[in-house]
Design a protein around this ligand. Structure first.
Ligand code: PRX
Length: 637
């Protein structure tokens, strides 16, 4: 476990208090009483929140645990998240409210009202229907951060299909694997996107992935960059061509869905094997994400909300697209790099669009912090009233820089701990919560957490242990697509008796009851807040011709939080050198994506393994860090 992330007592006792103005305007002024109520009567609490949405048919039962751990929420309820995210706003003044402000990296801008957004969704939904997309199908989406990405997600859902968004930074193998697991017949992509002034050639990657994906029959391509791309007869269609056809009518009925019907799948890395497709559903997910978004970020109609995450990850699903639209917010979306063409790009957009809440990651903050205060100082950031952080623990130094230089010492920072699996915030402050830099503070409403030792007992205050969630919440993933057993085994089996969910993180709760999440304790690596599995990296490594065995570990990195270091055993007679190391880095990057590119490649004669043949990554890590290797009794070397 990472000693370097331990926080000194001085830091742990430092409080930042919200201003009177923040407190007096907050939706929830007293966390303790609402929390108490949400724990004493979770079903009552969630039913009350669910009532704030529009249902086609009200649920019969709030919570059903008869088939644990396959929990159900709002059983018998009929709903569609698109109805609450878009359709219902059209009946109110929000019809003409700005739903989305989008800025492309080259500086092009699109602004859409809810009315306009709805037309685009309907047209796209009709296009998808004409391509044979049916209720229950899973459409794979592989796009840059352009409005059509959100529009396609919503269009799929409107007609009862689910989507599987594959992050645009992933590469051929990762995309092909995800298409195959989702069994997708339709892929929606773009020719490319803009990143640091250059075109990312998504269509070529998609083409290569489709060559390996026999299930794909139709590929719809949005023209974004306009560079030459290969289009296959009978398979490839331009989005704008289809949108100009009479079939692309701006009217389309929203499909009535069961609360427990699949909304989307999102692949995420686990400890072993291929990434797993977590299944999220219509009912509980929208209740949970809308409630958490509203209370944690104190959402008001006049807000301009900017979640700077990519929609290819859960943060983008839950808090860029779905919950802000359900709450009728104006969302901001930006295509490119935060420091292009200069490190003031984000601050310029905050000023230009009058952003009131910015939600981003510690990695992004650290990345911008290194350019110095002069960049944000050139801009009037006074529209901001709240800030947010997600994806990895935020180091107190980055917290303070963000608070002082972006938040003018007055914007509270909502450090939200959660996971792809939980759908929404689990541990996070409210705007009224006194903050400690680096702590995600307290559990959200309806959430009960524990920090336990190896025997399942709660550890003492200040001691590190495993983080568990003690009861299911409505926004949690329901299963792993096609592999319910793996869902049960991964998350619920270890504490089946107690009914606890295993988070895979270590944490500590201090004397004030503040939770400090330390990091992953399994073989999941968080690089720049992105989630990768050692298994994926290792499988890419052994697909390199000269590598016979490999291990990947995470080592601390100043900017990225963690960086991937890999250890390779080469085939007999082959000698590794710097050139091969660079080649291996490139290979991993082109198989999975640039985020998986190893920081360093080491060549070894053997790997530390247990007698049963499992690689002991913790031993590699301890050796690299020069710390105690711990219990080596199972080591066979
Ligand atoms: O290790 C925790 C870390 O990110 C993991 C979940 O990753 P993912 O499913 O990609 O979701 C990220 C966005 C919700 C967690 O197990 N993590 C996420 N947020 C925080 C965090 N660690 C510390 N503090 C956070 N605020």
């Amino acid at each position: 476990m990472s000693d370097e992330k331990k926080v000194s007592n001085a830091e742990a006792s430092e409080f930042f208090y919200p201003s009177d103005e923040i407190v007096s305007n907050a939706h929830i002024k007293d966390y303790d009483s609402v929390y108490k109520r949400s724990i004493e009567d979770p079903e009552g609490f969630w039913a009350e929140e669910a009532e704030k949405l529009e249902w086609f048919r009200k649920w019969d039962k709030v919570f059903d645990d008869s088939n644990a751990p396959f929990y159900k929420w709002f059983v018998g309820g009929k709903i569609n998240i698109v109805h609450n995210a878009v359709d219902r706003h059209l009946k109110t003044w929000r019809r003409n409210k700005i739903a989305m402000i989008w800025e492309g990296e080259p500086g092009d801008v699109k602004v859409m009202s809810y009315h306009a957004l709805n037309r685009e969704i309907c047209k796209t939904a009709n296009v998808l229907k004409s391509m044979g997309v049916n209720k229950g199908d899973i459409v794979t989406i592989y796009m840059p951060q352009i409005p059509e990405l959100a529009i396609t997600m919503l269009a799929c859902v409107k007609i009862g299909a689910a989507h599987s968004v594959v992050y645009g930074g992933f590469s051929v193998e990762a995309l092909a694997d995800r298409i195959a697991s989702a069994n997708s017949r339709v892929l929606v992509t773009a020719d490319g996107g803009w990143r640091r002034g250059k075109v990312t050639d998504l269509k070529s990657i998609a083409n290569e992935a489709m060559d390996r994906s026999p299930t794909i029959e139709v590929c719809i391509t949005v023209k974004r960059t306009g560079h030459d791309v290969h289009m296959e007869n009978d398979r490839d269609f331009w989005y704008h061509d289809l949108m100009a056809l009479p079939i692309a009518s701006p009217r389309c009925a929203t499909e009535v869905m069961d609360a427990e019907d699949m909304l989307f799948i999102l692949f995420t890395s686990g400890t072993t094997g291929k990434p797993k497709g977590l299944v999220h559903t219509h009912g509980g997910y929208q209740v949970f994400t809308a409630t958490s978004h509203k209370y944690v970020f104190d959402i008001k109609d006049e807000d301009r909300w900017w979640c700077a995450a990519d929609p290819g990850w859960i943060t983008g699903h839950s808090y860029l697209v779905y919950s802000p639209l359900v709450n009728g917010s104006t969302i901001m979306m930006y295509e490119g790099a935060p420091n292009h063409p200069y490190p003031n790009r984000w601050w310029n957009m905050v000023e230009k669009y009058g952003i009131t809440i910015l939600y981003t990651s510690p990695t992004a903050i650290r990345g911008l912090m290194r350019f110095g205060d002069q960049w944000p100082r050139r801009h009037d950031l006074s529209s901001l009233r709240l800030l947010g952080s997600v994806g990895e623990p935020i180091n107190p130094e980055a917290w303070r820089w963000y608070h002082k230089n972006i938040g003018a010492d007055k914007c509270p920072i909502m450090d939200t701990w959660w996971q792809t699996e939980t759908g929404g915030f689990m541990i996070c402050p409210l705007p009224v919560t006194p903050l400690k830099p680096g702590s995600a503070t307290k559990p959200f409403f309806g959430v009960q957490v524990g920090v336990i030792d190896e025997d399942g007992n709660e550890v003492a205050a200040g001691e590190e242990g495993k983080l568990v969630i003690k009861r299911p919440t409505p926004g949690m993933a329901r299963t792993i697509l096609g592999d319910p057993e793996r869902y049960e085994d991964t998350y619920w089996k270890e504490y089946a008796e107690q009914g606890w969910y295993k988070a895979g993180d270590s944490a500590r709760i201090d004397e004030d009851g503040y939770i400090w999440v330390i990091g992953r304790i399994d073989d999941v690596i968080k690089v720049s807040g992105y989630r990768l599995g050692t298994a994926e990296v290792e499988s890419a490594l052994v697909s390199y011709p000269d590598v016979s065995e490999a291990a990947a570990i995470a080592l601390p990195h100043e900017l990225k939080g963690n960086a991937i270091h890999v250890y390779c055993i080469l085939k007999a007679g082959v000698k590794g050198d710097q050139k091969m190391a660079n080649d291996i880095k490139k290979h991993v990057s082109s198989e999975i994506g640039p985020i998986a590119k190893p920081e360093e490649v080491h060549f070894l004669e053997s790997l530390p393994k247990t007698r049963s043949g499992k690689i002991m990554r913790r031993v590699l890590k301890a050796r690299a860090l020069g710390i105690d290797e711990g219990d080596l009794s199972t080591l066979e070397e």
